[in-house]
Design a protein around this ligand. Structure first.
Ligand SMILES: [Zn+2]
Length: 107
């Protein structure tokens, strides 16, 4: 079947890069699956940034052997996960954010 295209880094960036902006998330990077691990996964890193300067990292994982079509079908669920994590971060008061630390002030 020609529609069983393996998922690629570029495809993941395209699927998530634009669509997470409305969740107030930013796609930071996509790490490729390790080839020497049996249950290897793609890991997509997103940042949620509050106006107070604190950022939280949110990730999703996709099994390395998934096809483009499978990831596309799973998008609503993955988005829901991201949306709930983003909502939880933005719902916290900034005093809580400050206690989580400012990643950019680390040495
Ligand atoms: Zn804050």
């Amino acid at each position: 079947m020609h529609n069983e295209t393996p998922i690629t880094k570029q495809a993941l960036q395209e699927l998530f890069g634009e669509s997470v902006v409305s969740l107030r998330l930013e796609l930071v990077r996509v790490s490729e699956p390790r080839k020497d691990v049996e249950s290897a996964r793609w890991v997509v890193y997103f940042a949620a940034r509050c106006e107070c300067g604190v950022a939280a990292m949110i990730t999703i994982e996709v099994m390395a052997d998934r096809s483009y079509e499978q990831v596309h079908q799973a998008l609503p669920g993955l988005h829901q996960h991201l949306a709930s994590r983003a909502k939880a971060f933005y719902a916290m008061p900034c005093q809580v954010h400050q206690r989580m630390g400012r990643p950019e002030s680390r040495p």
